[in-house]
Design a protein around this ligand. Structure first.
Ligand code: HEM
Length: 389
């Protein structure tokens, strides 16, 4: 194994933030696994073995001896804080609410939320910021639906969420809003304890309420809020920015309903918003005959793996929304693989074509070199997306 070289947090190239830095491509070709130093807002800089090949990333994410524990601060109810049987037990309580069928049933509500966001964009007129008016409100309002946040509370909930999750607000403001969110979530849990609604939180209370503490239930609510909000808002912003720079590909999403599902998979592959997935070895393990010792950190680079599908015939550095095979690891793999992936797909499948159908001549209102990408955050996206039509 080589000495640690520093890579930026998501491992994205400065010239094109959708692509991995050269070091990750080089690491992919090497037989020896590489060690990198990763800056992290939560953990400070840490050294880790970086895994970049598609098959290696899959095997690492499926390995029981590579744990989440230690990689993130513990939060009761947050699936990412648990491993092994404790994780399985909690995850089983939630899977029934996140099936493909459930995502399909939510389609009309999602379409309604998308339509009202489009009305807000139209009302704001050219120069409108899609991050503020489209990418952010859509997942927030869908989460309100899932958690059973009453209509009367939604605007306040949405505003609080935006500020709590906005890394550009000051630490103090973020903490204050996060505390308000936690208090709100505790209140919501109390309401569902009394009268469980017909939504994810209500269902968990009805079926498993006697096995969960109030703080675990509030933690589940907060996890769904954060996991379901940050990821989709950023993926939408990155996918729209990308398509606006590839008008031929945008035209496919706008004009060919049959192509939309495949196009969404290609956009997920190409954007890889959660570019690195951290783990820690709970025992000595082997990846391609190379030992990783107990306690060592491992970083799986989804960004690099999505461009290494073991198929030399495919030019995976190119965006091709009609690509016949769209395998990717954007939702992770193994026991922690994304619980909300079918919901995420549905939101993207509804929102993207609707946006381009409503504004067929949509274009960036700033030069593309001026787009402010979130390359330094855990989830990649664009901070603002001013458009005209
Ligand atoms: C495009 C949008 C999304 C992306 C790219 C994404 C990505 C991911 C990834 C990569 C993981 C695995 C993390 C790891 O192994 O370390 C994950 C886990 C998770 N995601 Fe998503 N996600 C998205 C949307 C959502 C939505 C909409 C929800 C729910 C409303 C959600 C809920 C979760 C939860 C609860 C976990 C933890 C699962 C576990 O630990 O068992 N995600 N997501």
């Amino acid at each position: 194994m080589t000495e640690a070289t520093e890579i930026p947090i998501g491992g994205r190239a400065a010239a094109c933030p959708f692509a991995p830095v050269a070091e990750l491509y080089e690491a992919q070709k090497d037989d020896a696994l590489r060690r990198v130093s990763v800056p992290s807002p939560m953990l400070g800089a840490f050294d880790a073995v970086v895994v970049t090949r598609y098959e290696d990333v899959k095997s690492v994410l499926a390995d029981d001896h590579l744990r989440m524990g230690g990689s993130m601060p513990y939060q009761a109810g947050n699936l990412l804080s648990y491993d092994g049987p404790e994780h399985t037990r909690l995850r089983r309580m939630l899977t029934g609410s996140f099936t493909t069928k459930r995502a399909r049933e939510l389609r009309p509500q999602i379409a309604g939320v998308v339509d009202s966001a489009l009305d807000a964009v139209a009302a704001a007129g050219p120069g409108a910021d899609l991050v503020q008016l489209f990418c952010t409100p859509i997942p927030t309002l869908v989460i309100c639906e899932l958690l059973g946040v009453p209509y009367a509370d939604r605007e306040e909930f949405q505003q609080r969420t935006v500020v709590a999750l906005d890394f550009s607000s000051s630490r103090e403001v973020q903490m204050q809003k996060a505390a308000e969110m936690e208090a709100y979530m505790a209140g919501l849990v109390a309401r569902h304890r009394e009268e469980p609604g017909d939504n994810v939180l209500g269902r968990v209370v009805r079926e498993f309420g006697d096995q969960l503490t109030d703080s675990e239930l509030a933690g589940i609510g907060n996890m769904l809020l954060i996991a379901g909000h940050e990821t989709i808002a950023n993926t939408l912003s990155a996918a729209i920015a990308l398509l606006l720079q590839h008008p031929d590909q945008l035209a496919v999403v706008r004009d060919d309903p049959e192509a939309v599902d495949g196009a969404v998979e290609e956009l997920l592959r190409y954007c890889a918003p959660a570019a690195i997935l951290p783990r820690q070895a709970s025992g000595n393990i082997c990846v391609r005959d190379q030992e990783i010792k107990e306690g060592e950190r491992v970083v799986a680079s989804v960004l690099a793996a999505n461009r290494d599908l073991g198929d030399a015939d495919q030019d995976l550095d190119r965006l091709d929304v009609r690509r016949p095979v769209q395998r990717h690891l954007t939702f992770g793999f193994g026991p922690h693989q994304c619980l909300g992936q079918q919901l995420a797909r549905m939101e993207l499948r509804v929102a993207l074509p609707a946006l381009f159908a409503r504004f067929p001549d949509l274009r960036l209102a700033v030069p593309q070199e001026e787009l402010d990408y979130r390359t330094n955050a855990l989830v990649f996206g664009v901070n603002s997306l001013p458009v005209a039509w």
